[in-house]
Design a protein around this ligand. Structure first.
Ligand SMILES: [Zn+2]
Length: 344
């Protein structure tokens, strides 16, 4: 199997490109429809359930989120997803990072920048990624796992600037954030992430400086050897052409909840980029049937091309009931498999 999206330019040039070890690991290629998730999964932390966990709690080292990660990983493996996530169970996409990156803090659920943003001394998500890999292995699964970071522009625009930076000019804060996230992305890659996904939901809002956002994403993707995806939310009409110029391998967008996005992609020159094709609506609790999803994926293939399409949900699934999220993923995989079987 072949990952043909390896032509991402890097400032490190050939050396970096030749080292892109993920390229042959994560695959698409003729007749193969790769499935993945965007990230979050509805899975709750739990109280200690056996004597060992109770003892750990007494010792102060019980981690209630491990159970949540286990459920998220098990469900995704059971649904048959090829590249899973750890479920992003520790909190929302802003506070997970704002509570760990030096220079930031979370105050009354508000993310704040209080001093100069610096790279984290310790990994934020690498431990959970390693734990997820262990669970996959225990289950005998062949799944790969992605490392996920919230993008520098989204993190800065979601935070109140109270120190060091000029609140009116976010550029410097965004580039410092990129430096910090570059470190975290490397930690995730070292921990065994098969791809890195940068979530930038703010890109489609129209309030972000796209030039700075692009520069900041490049700062991260330049040092990453595995494939890099950029996830944008919502209506991409105003930004898709710009997103295609970002130094990433995959542009991931929602199409089920925003079918007009297909028209935008239709007229675009994708070049060597793949498209993450959000084909189940994560804002709706309605479980799409396999037939419905099949029809929609086929529409996507016609426009994007079989070799460039990656199948996933529109967005994170945190807000859905767990049984609904699972059924949606399962039907999505079955739909992708049915199309794949027919084309081989
Ligand atoms: Zn999204």
């Amino acid at each position: 199997m072949l990952w043909d999206g390896c032509g991402r330019n890097t400032s490190k040039g050939r050396r970096n490109r030749e080292n892109r070890k993920g390229c042959d690991k994560i695959t698409g290629g003729a007749g193969i429809l790769l499935t993945t998730v965007v990230g979050s999964y509805p899975s709750q932390p739990s109280k200690p359930r056996n004597w060992r966990e109770k003892l750990l709690k007494i010792l102060g080292s019980y981690d209630p989120y491990k159970h949540a990660i286990k459920i998220a990983v098990k469900d995704q493996v059971k649904a048959g997803i090829d590249i899973i996530s750890d479920g992003q169970v520790r909190g929302d996409m802003i506070s997970i990072f704002a509570s760990k990156i030096p220079g930031m803090k979370v105050d009354n659920s508000t993310s704040k920048i209080i001093s100069r943003i610096l790279p984290p001394q310790n990994p934020i998500g690498a431990q959970d990624l390693r734990f997820s890999k262990k669970i996959i292995k225990k289950l005998g699964g062949k799944q790969e796992i992605k490392g996920i970071i919230t993008g520098p522009s989204t993190l800065v625009y979601s935070s109140r600037i109270e120190g060091f930076y000029d609140p009116e000019d976010k550029k410097r804060a965004i580039m410092d954030m990129a430096e910090a996230l570059k470190r975290e992305a490397s930690y995730l890659e070292e921990a065994g992430a098969s791809m890195i996904q940068i979530d930038e939901p703010f890109l489609s809002t129209g309030i972000v400086n796209i030039k700075t956002a692009k520069k900041a994403v490049k700062r991260i993707s330049d040092v990453i050897r595995v494939p890099v995806a950029l996830h944008a939310c919502g209506d991409i009409k105003e930004v898709f052409e710009d997103l295609l110029k970002f130094n990433v391998d995959i542009i991931d967008c929602e199409f089920a909840g925003n079918p007009n996005n297909l028209e935008i992609v239709k007229g675009a020159e994708l070049k060597n980029k793949k498209v993450g094709f959000g084909c189940i609506d994560t804002k709706s609790q309605k479980i799409e049937t396999i037939e419905e999803i099949k029809r929609f994926i086929k529409k996507g293939i016609k426009i994007i091309g079989e070799e460039k399409i990656i199948i996933d949900p529109d967005c994170g699934m945190r807000k859905l009931p767990r049984d609904v999220a699972f059924s949606k993923l399962k039907n999505m995989v079955e739909a992708a498999n049915a199309i794949q079987d027919n084309s081989q």
